[in-house]
Design a protein around this ligand. Structure first.
Ligand code: XUL
Ligand code: CO
Length: 441
């Protein structure tokens, strides 16, 4: 049975194509630098948004019309797997990601949930044998069920800690079974609503304890995935412990976990934290902690996690710049943690949304590679920090001076001369590179 019978395989037709169901910029085999677009971009589909969600929001019920809607329970879960692999094939997508409850319904006990999961995981494993699509990462949903009302590993209730740990154990086994490249921890409800009833120290210590147990168990069972923390500052809690990359890194270092984890950076989470997407990528990159990316975008007028498909070419360019400067994403990828709008309820919208996201990152990749080849930003930065390459600047960066010597130097200065940061000139150059990419240059 086909779930997308009206859609053929999506092909690359080039920038002038008028076929909405074709790639205009994403050409998987095309080389950028010395790798193909497919190898660099490593796109992933988020199972929860594309196959499980019904597009409901806090003010209204679901609107999505899906060909698998007619099923329920485990039959629905199986239909989704069939639909998913048809979708992956038609979109030529190399990776996918899921939470446990996206793929299999929760049972009335942990045992029953695990049994449901096992059945769907073995079905997915069979489908993966005949498919190029691999598992970028899996994770456990330790935030939706009412038992997680006060958090999971950071809950005040030790039974909930134990239950969460049991779910993580299962998640690691599932990841191993399906050959996941990474295993993700997003904080979910690991934060607090108010400090008035919260033992912050115990909650943070317990989070650290769970992560250590996960690292130990993965080693024990021979699951060699890269562990990733996905920072988000708030929502659903008012304060989430893995607020952003900088606070997440401090947490990992404090608990001695920084060698076992990297970050999965989500664009909309970055902006919720008051940062740009590229800030989070840069912070992770310069500390050797950039693992993977949840590719989406927020809405500039809305203060919550809107999870839109990425279409802002300026943002994809600056993101790809960081990723290329990182030497790529390694075992990570660009997972579309993005949902079609509630008004985009038709099935075809799922294809249009992914095509838009994939084309936007392909443009970003090409422009970023050109900016790097031409050393556009490197030149600007090199020039701007020239004062540290000789004289007193060189003494400072080499650690050869102290406050007394610097005072002596400063007392001898008759004039301090600064130069323009040239921001408008830089932005104008980036626009020129973007427009030249559109023109196919
Ligand atoms: C929530 C979010 C999650 C994680 C995985 O904002 O981004 O879907 O990506 O749990
Ligand atoms: Co995410």
């Amino acid at each position: 049975m086909s779930y997308f019978s009206n859609i053929d395989k999506i092909k690359y037709e080039g920038p002038t194509s008028t076929n909405p169901l074709a790639f205009k910029f994403y050409n998987p085999e095309e080389k950028v630098g010395n790798q193909t677009m497919e190898e660099i971009l490593r796109f992933g589909v988020a199972y929860w948004h594309t196959f499980t969600a019904d597009l409901s929001d806090p003010f209204g019920t679901g609107t999505a019309v899906r060909s698998w809607d007619k099923f329920t329970g485990m039959d629905l879960a199986k239909a989704r797997v069939e639909a998913a692999f048809e979708f992956f094939e038609k979109l030529n997508i190399p990776y996918f990601c899921f939470h446990d409850v996206d793929i299999a319904p929760e049972g009335s006990s942990l045992r029953e949930s695990n049994k449901n999961l096992d059945e769907i995981v073995s079905m997915i494993k069979d489908y993966m044998k005949d498919s190029k699509t691999k598992l970028l990462w899996n994770t456990m949903n330790n935030f939706t069920h009412p038992r997680f009302v006060h958090g999971a590993a950071s809950s005040n209730n030790a039974d909930v800690f134990a239950y969460s740990a049991a779910k993580v154990k299962k998640g690691l086994e599932v990841g191993k079974e399906l050959g996941a490249e990474n295993y993700v921890f997003w904080g979910g409800r690991e934060g607090y609503e108010t400090l008035l009833n919260t033992d912050m120290k115990l909650e943070l210590d317990n989070l650290g304890r769970l992560f250590h147990m996960a690292v130990d168990y993965a080693k024990e069972i021979g699951f060699d995935a890269q562990f990733l923390i996905e920072p988000k500052p708030k929502e659903p809690t008012s304060h989430q412990y893995d607020f952003d990359v900088a606070s997440g890194y401090a947490f990992l270092q404090h608990y001695g976990l920084h060698n076992d984890f990297k970050f999965n950076i989500e664009a909309n989470h970055a902006t919720l934290a008051g940062h740009t997407f590229e800030h989070e990528l840069r912070y992770a990159r310069i500390h050797g902690m950039l693992g993977s990316v949840d590719a989406n975008q927020g809405h500039p007028l809305l203060g919550w996690d809107t999870d839109e498909f990425p279409t802002d070419l300026y943002a994809t360019t600056l993101a790809m710049y960081e990723i290329l400067k990182n030497g790529g994403l390694g075992r990570g990828g660009l997972n579309f943690d993005a949902k079609v709008r509630r008004g985009s309820f038709e099935q075809d919208d799922l294809f249009h949304a992914h095509i838009a996201g994939m084309d936007s990152f392909a443009v970003g990749l090409k422009v970023a590679q050109k900016l790097i080849d031409d050393e556009v930003l490197d030149d600007v930065v090199e020039d701007r920090y020239q004062s540290y390459t000789a004289g007193i600047g060189l003494e400072i960066v080499n650690g050869n001076t102290n406050l007394r010597q610097l005072e002596e130097y400063a007392l001898g200065l008759t004039e301090i001369k600064n130069e323009s940061g040239k921001l408008e000139r830089i932005k104008s150059t980036i626009n020129q590179y973007l427009l030249r990419a559109y023109a196919g240059e």
